[in-house]
Design a protein around this ligand. Structure first.
Ligand SMILES: Nc1ncnc2c1ncn2[C@@H]1O[C@H](COP(=O)(O)OP(=O)(O)OP(=O)(O)O)[C@@H](O)[C@H]1O
Ligand SMILES: [Mg+2]
Length: 581
């Protein structure tokens, strides 16, 4: 029971109250259903008793006020009453269904977006250590499972239990003995069924959750490196890995679906067998068949009314169990979302309004050390140097020496394990967002969104804030202007997913244009011109050099020519850094 209530703990107080309201509405719906099922039988029974009105004098008197005096008229009156009851019942159920679906969907959208937001806000090192495919699965299925597959079924389960109980109480009123016997039998069957399948279903739930992640992973990997996949002829490898994962996922679902259908058959079999046994038993005891009929009638009625209810209870509780693993995996994150919503702080998570960290004099790297959480040894050890504002610093060193790692710390993506980087005496860690407001960065491999050149250069800039002149200026600076001019659609040319429709060098130049568009105080370049021919590189370097003095440039480069004009170089090797001139 406790695990069924867990879902409610991720809701805010307001949402919980709405759930109580929903549960009440569903109960009323359940009562309607129960009355609806129960109402047809009396009508049929009245139809079979022409003297019914004579035997029920008060009712006869009451309906005579409406001009109903004979049996046929009374049946018509009852039928009209039933028609109205059914219309109201179904209209009510439609309304109830709508508010229930609306609630689930609204909260699903809210929690999925919040989850995505919280992943975006997580540290860089979190992303280094988590597979994107799993995060994709979480964002796309996590909230869906929590609300549509767990929360609503839980409410339905609660309603079902209550309705079952109400039907049972009604049966007690009619015939206490049979009610107790039937309910006792069904409760026993229910208990055994739920207990028997519980472990197996939870186990299959785990498997389906794990392999749905795997499926995402293989699609991602196969399509993500489509060039390598094709050239190395590994299409079959990726497709068979995907298929294998899907098989495990499908298997878990198959077992679950089967186990979930079994109870219905089981319950029905038990009930029918018990009834038939009862007949045989009574006959052997010497009762005449006609004597058993009344008892049997009531029993059968009770059993067939409670059976669907028992069946739904097993189904719902199994379904919830099956979906629990992903919910449990994301539980902490959902609780954080709840707390944020409660505190009205969901906007702040990705708030863009930051106080820019002032940078007027000097950037100091002081005894900087870094070790990756899963690394064997320190990538950087006691690195110290100063960068006066406006200078151009070259960062060199062999592959794997820690240049990118250093830059990641400088960018505030990684937190140093020792030492610090200060700007005019302020540790950048004390105000990372404020420090980042000074920066532009051109990484080793540029990520382009599937949009136009304009959208990629002015990434995330709203149309009303977009600056056409600035765009042209930075395109010129990045030696892209002529190329863009020649395109039929100019800056509105689509670059394709990750920029596949551009050359490597063009992609790099878009990265440079993007970095310059934000008019940074500090420009960080990680092999930003490595994909360019000597001539283009030279002219871009020359343009960037014109910025020297206005902005601080920190550039990693392998090519000596790139760094010819720099003020000084820092050479990284074996975790240490030293000046070279
Ligand atoms: N997430 C990580 N976990 C553990 N070790 C890492 C991680 N990322 C990088 N490393 C290790 O840190 C070292 C420095 O890597 P880094 O990317 O900083 O090198 P680099 O100087 O930029 O090399 P290159 O010139 O080839 O780009 C490497 O030995 C690398 O294997
Ligand atoms: Mg690198």
């Amino acid at each position: 029971m406790k695990s069924f209530l867990k879902i409610f703990t991720i809701l805010t107080a307001v949402q919980k109250r709405y759930c109580v309201f929903l549960a009440l509405c569903m109960l009323i719906g359940g009562a309607f259903e129960a009355v609806g099922i129960g109402a047809i039988l009396p009508l049929i029974s009245i139809m079979g008793q022409p003297d019914w009105l004579e035997r029920h004098v008060e009712i006869a008197q009451f309906v005579s006020n409406m001009g109903v005096t004979n049996h046929v008229q009374f049946i018509i009156l009852c039928s009209i009453g039933l028609i109205i009851l059914y219309l109201i019942k179904n209209a009510y159920l439609a309304w109830q269904l709508r508010i229930q679906i609306n609630f689930a969907m609204q909260k699903q959208i809210l929690y999925a977006s919040e989850l995505f937001k919280s992943y975006l806000a997580k540290t860089y090192i979190f992303h280094v250590n988590h597979n994107t495919a799993i995060l994709m699965r979480n964002v796309s299925s996590g909230a869906l499972i929590a609300f549509t597959n767990i929360l609503i079924p839980t409410l339905q389960l609660l309603t079902e239990v209550v309705t079952g109980f109400v039907i049972w109480v009604m049966l007690i009123a009619v015939d206490p003995f049979t009610a107790v016997v039937v309910a006792g039998l069904l409760a026993l069957v229910l208990y055994v069924l739920v207990k028997t399948f519980r472990r197996k279903i939870a186990e299959q739930g785990q498997i389906q959750n794990q392999y749905s992640g795997e499926m995402y992973r293989w699609v991602n990997q196969g399509l993500g490196a489509i060039k390598e996949t094709k050239v190395l002829r590994k299409e079959a490898y990726f497709s068979s890995e995907y298929e294998a994962a899907y098989k495990r996922y499908g298997d878990a679902n198959r077992v679950f679906n089967f186990l979930n259908q079994l109870p219905r058959l089981f319950i029905e079999a038990i009930v029918v067998v018990s009834l038939l046994f009862l007949i045989v038993f009574k006959l052997i005891q010497g009762y005449a068949p006609m004597e058993i009929v009344p008892l049997l009638g009531v029993l059968a009625l009770a059993a067939f009314r409670m059976m669907p209810c028992a069946n739904r209870i097993v189904n719902l509780s199994n379904g919830i169990k099956f979906q629990m693993p992903l919910f449990n995996e994301l539980y902490e994150e959902f609780c954080e979302i709840r707390d944020r919503l409660e505190a009205g702080k969901s906007q702040e998570l990705l708030s863009e309004s930051v106080e820019k960290l002032p940078f007027a004099k000097e950037l100091c790297v002081e005894h900087l050390a870094f070790q990756y959480p899963e690394g064997q040894h320190e990538v950087l050890q006691d690195v110290s140097f100063n960068v006066p504002k406006g200078s151009f610093v070259g960062v060199v060193g062999p592959s794997g020496a820690g240049k990118t790692t250093f830059v990641d710390i400088l960018l505030g993506l990684l937190t140093p394990t020792g030492g610090k980087i200060t700007v005019d005496g302020m540790d950048i860690q004390s105000n990372i967002r404020g420090w980042q407001a000074n920066l532009s960065y051109v990484p080793q491999s540029i990520y382009l969104i599937d949009g136009t050149i304009k959208e990629n250069v002015a990434l995330g800039v709203a149309p009303e804030a977009f600056d056409e002149e600035l765009l042209i200026r930075v395109l010129k600076m990045a030696e892209l202007y002529d190329f863009v001019q020649d395109l039929p659609k100019g800056v509105d040319t689509m670059v394709g997913e990750r920029g596949v429709k551009l050359s490597g060098g063009q992609r790099q130049r878009i990265g440079i244009a993007r970095a310059l568009y934000y008019k940074p105080e500090v420009l960080v370049l990680d092999e930003a011109t490595s994909a360019l021919d000597n001539e283009t590189e030279k002219s871009i370097t020359d343009t960037i050099l014109k910025l020297k003095g206005q902005i601080t440039i920190i550039a990693i480069a392998h090519r000596v020519s790139t760094l010819e004009a720099c003020d000084f170089k820092v050479k990284f090797d074996n975790g240490k850094a030293k000046f070279v001139n």
